[in-house]
Design a binder for this molecule. Structure first.
Ligand code: C2E
Ligand code: CA
Ligand code: CA
Length: 825
């Protein structure tokens, strides 16, 4: 029965025969038996070797069984002993058991004990084994408990026990305090859990705790807890034990693991990915061999290539060829020396277009300093570059004509003068101002004006060489720098060709043409000035002279022009004062009916009686008044003077006389304003609008100025007559002005003066008959001779005006003429 095979048994027996019998018997049962003949021999063996059990015969030659037993008990190693004795030794046996023997076997004469021995031995050994196992188990149990306790107390994990019904922890391990700063007492107090949860996670955790089926979730629940210091800690809760009674969950046990670091790492990672994916800069990472490993979405947006298309490629595939080998070797040198390169690259988009990218490339090294990767971060700066170019362009070029502007012109002039000084050469400045441009602009509109300027710029450009500069200073002013001149003759040729190209008509819009001309003033370095500013001033003065002497021409600067320019400046500053001081006067020139010579009306003409300069004529000051805006005040003054005079004449019973007032084209910009003020003056003086005519020039009527037409129609409807002044067929044709709100057409004196010359008669005749067909009456200006008067009368011209009858005169003198009544017969 022995399940302890090969158990070592020591048999102490002096009867050799019996010993042999027992040995054979036990061997058969699987025991290994060592025999000792005496107590001493047995003890010696026991000291040396380890036996599972000792069989002790009570009677031994040297000592009895009890003495042996005592000796064995004294040994450090405990050995199981079985006493063997005869029946008559029973009391001894009982003593032996008391002394520590495990069992006894009675030696009978029939030898039955030989059969009993193995059973007893087996029983004893089994018991011994069970005890040993129990002891081992006990030991292990003790060890385990200590192990787990120390494990729990020393691990970073918090072990806990939670009572769902009470809503609080009943136990937490010491780590809870270390992690959170809250003491274990706090942890296990009522309401702690709820109060220290992160507000955002409260619902999640509460739901979990309230749930009836607490699944032992391997994943666990993640949430944040507020530490004592107010910071948050990320915890993962793992429920590993759930105890339930009936349907309630009574106890939960588990662990809390601090996952703050991994959460933060994950957050960092998430942010890094977010940045990688959403940043506007392209990111490209290449490996040691500069093969593309990763690119981000912005990369694709900027380059046009998807990741799949560029994976494993060398970035040189983006090269535009715009930067040469030197550029790239400098790039690599900087990378190798500093681990970094920054600059602008021109690359080629997948669609073939070039684009500029601002790029920063860095090396990433591994732990031992080898280059692991290159990281290139880049942004498309094409727009920025274009914007810079645009800003530069806007600062230096005129938007409308694409010519250099004043700024760039100044720079060029500066260097041209410097170079002329160095090389002892001449240069010329041509100041070009378009004639009557303001009138076109005011009447035909800004768009038409712009179109005209663009065409002018184009034509002027054709007249100069590439080394020269044509710039637009603003408005209708252009300026040219002519370098390296050999003679004045060259300049003249260029100026003349400019006037010529401008002579061709300009088409401004469908059906709207304009004819303009230009006035060109010329100043030469070094004769007319040694610096740029002076040259400009002198060229401007020369230009002004051209304006004064009939426009459409050019003039070289002379010293006298300087004085003219000064005079204009003086005019401008004197105007306002002079008007207040009453230095401006209104003269009147009669207009008579050609058929019977009766004076029907007058034209009001301004004069400036200056205390120092004497009588200044309108041809001198009107252009300056127009330029400075003074014309508005001046013409209101004229209206007031006219109103006063009409009252005077009415008193003398000349209540039929009408008065014509001149309107400058520049006044059309503020016409509504002026008309309101004029009507006010008339009504203040109780004067009927029928007594007033307004004289406007042809240019005012040019273009598709619907609003102006409307305004003039209103003027006309109020009873005021409208005259078209200075009519010459050269500028606009009669058919063009048909349909305009006009009552009178005034034939220009240049026409009248040509009466008698060949061809003119037909033109005047045509004007008169066409005007009449448009229901306009005709006034001939500048009649100086009887011949002219007679001729116009014959043609059926309605009215006449001119020195033949009278020069413009002060109001007092006019009275005398009016009193005469009929001047001609
Ligand atoms: P305009 O409107 O053509 O006026 C007629 C001009 O011709 C006047 O010159 C007048 O003196 C002159 N004139 C009249 N009859 C004859 C003649 O038989 N032979 C010659 N050679 N000339 C004659 P004035 O007064 O010097 O005025 C010159 C221009 O100044 C006017 O030309 C008019 O355009 C402008 N002007 C005069 N006063 C005013 C004003 O108050 N406002 C505005 N906007 N312009 C004015
Ligand atoms: Ca014996
Ligand atoms: Ca006039």
């Amino acid at each position: 029965m022995s399940d302890i095979p090969s158990a070592n048994i020591l048999y102490i027996e002096d009867d050799l025969g019996l010993a042999e019998l027992v040995r054979i018997k036990l061997k058969r049962e699987g025991y290994h038996v060592v025999h000792a003949e005496s107590g001493c021999q047995g003890m010696t063996l026991l000291r040396d070797r380890n036996f599972d059990a000792v069989l002790i015969d009570f009677y031994l030659p040297d000592m009895n069984g009890l003495e042996v037993l005592k000796a064995i008990q004294a040994l450090p190693r405990k050995t199981t002993c079985i006493m063997i004795s005869g029946i008559d030794d029973m009391q001894l046996v009982v003593d032996a058991i008391k002394q520590g023997a495990e069992d006894f076997v009675l030696k009978d004469s029939e030898g039955a004990y030989l059969e009993l021995l193995p059973t007893t031995l087996g029983k004893v050994l089994l018991k011994q084994r069970l005890i040993a196992e129990k002891a081992a188990a006990e030991l292990e149990k003790n060890n385990n408990e200590a192990f787990y306790r120390s494990l729990i107390e020393h691990t970073h994990v918090v072990a806990w026990e939670y009572l769902p019904n009470a809503g609080r922890f009943s136990y937490v391990s010491s780590q809870a305090e270390k992690l959170t700063g809250h003491s274990r007492e706090e942890w296990t107090s009522d309401g702690f859990w709820q109060a220290s949860l992160h507000p955002e996670d409260y619902t999640k955790v509460s739901a979990f705790c309230a749930s009836k089926t607490h699944i032992q979730d391997e994943q666990g629940l993640e949430f944040r807890l507020l530490k004592k210091d107010g910071n948050e800690i990320w915890l993962r809760q793992i429920v590993s034990v759930v105890e339930t009674s009936a349907e309630h969950c009574t106890v939960l046990r588990g662990f809390l693991i601090d996952i703050t670091e991994s959460k933060q790492a994950m957050e960092k990672q998430r942010l890094a990915e977010l940045v990688f994916d959403t940043i506007h800069e392209g990111i490209m990472i290449t490996d040691t061999h500069n093969r593309i490993e990763v690119v981000n979405p912005a990369f694709t947006k900027i380059t046009g290539y998807s990741f799949a298309e560029v994976r494993g490629q060398n970035p040189r595939i983006f090269g535009s060829g715009l930067q040469d080998a030197n550029f790239y070797s400098a790039l690599w040198q900087s990378l190798n020396e500093h681990g970094h390169w920054e600059g602008e690259l021109w690359n080629r988009h997948k669609n073939g277009e070039m684009y500029a990218q601002s790029t920063s490339i860095s090396y990433v090294h591994d732990e031992v300093g080898n280059i692991k990767r290159h990281i290139a971060v880049f942004g498309d700066v094409t727009e920025k570059k274009q914007a810079e170019e645009k800003i530069h362009y806007q600062a230096n070029y005129d938007q409308l004509t694409a010519l250099p502007n004043r700024q760039l012109f100044q720079d060029r002039l500066h260097s041209a003068v410097a170079s002329a000084k160095r090389n002892h050469t001449q240069l010329a400045l041509l100041f070009i101002d378009l004639d009557r441009f303001k009138e076109v602009n005011d009447s035909a509109g800004h768009e038409a004006g712009d179109r005209l300027l663009m065409q002018v710029a184009k034509r002027l450009n054709e007249c100069i060489r590439e080394t020269d500069t044509l710039a637009r200073l603003g408005g209708d002013e252009f300026i040219v720098i002519l370098n390296n001149l050999s003679s004045n003759h060259d300049i003249e040729n260029i100026a003349r060709s400019m006037l010529e190209v401008l002579e061709r008509p300009f088409s401004l819009a469908d059906g709207i043409d304009a004819a303009i001309s230009a006035s060109i003033g010329i100043a030469i370095y070094p004769a007319d000035g040694e610096d740029g500013a002076l040259l400009i001033r002198h060229a401007d003065a020369a230009m002004y002279r051209v304006k004064e002497t009939g426009r459409n021409g050019f003039e070289f600067f002379t010293a006298e022009m300087n004085r003219e320019a000064g005079k204009r400046q003086q005019f401008k500053s004197a105007f306002k004062d002079s008007l207040e001081k009453g230095e401006f006067k209104v003269f009147f020139q009669p207009v008579w009916r050609l058929c019977d010579g009766k004076i029907m009306g007058v034209e009001a003409l301004s004069r400036w009686q200056h205390p120092e300069w004497g009588m200044v004529m309108p041809d001198d000051f009107i252009p300056v008044a127009e330029e400075s805006g003074f014309i508005h005040d001046l013409s209101l003054f004229v209206v007031k003077e006219v109103a006063n005079q009409i009252q005077v004449w009415d008193e003398q019973a000349f209540n039929e006389i009408s008065v014509a007032i001149n309107l400058s084209p520049t006044q059309f910009r503020r016409l509504d304003d002026w008309l309101t003020q004029m009507h006010q003056v008339l009504s203040d003086h109780a004067i009927s609008p029928h007594r007033i005519k307004l004289e406007i020039t042809e240019t005012a009527l040019m273009g598709d100025t619907l609003k102006l037409m409307e305004t003039l129609s209103h003027v006309q409807a109020s009873g005021i007559g409208i005259s078209l002044d200075d009519f010459e067929t050269g500028f606009s044709s009669l058919s063009r002005i048909s349909g305009m709100p006009l009552n009178f057409i005034k034939i220009d004196k240049s026409f009248v003066s040509q009466i008698g010359q060949q061809g003119q008669c037909n033109v005047i005749e045509a004007i008169i008959s066409m005007s009449h067909s448009m229901d306009c009456q005709v006034i001939a200006e500048g009649i100086e001779t009887e011949e002219q008067r007679e001729y116009l009368k014959q043609l059926g011209c309605d009215f006449g005006q001119g020195f033949l009858c009278s020069r413009p005169v002060p109001a007092e003198d006019l009275l005398t003429l009016l009193q005469k009544g009929f001047l001609f017969d």
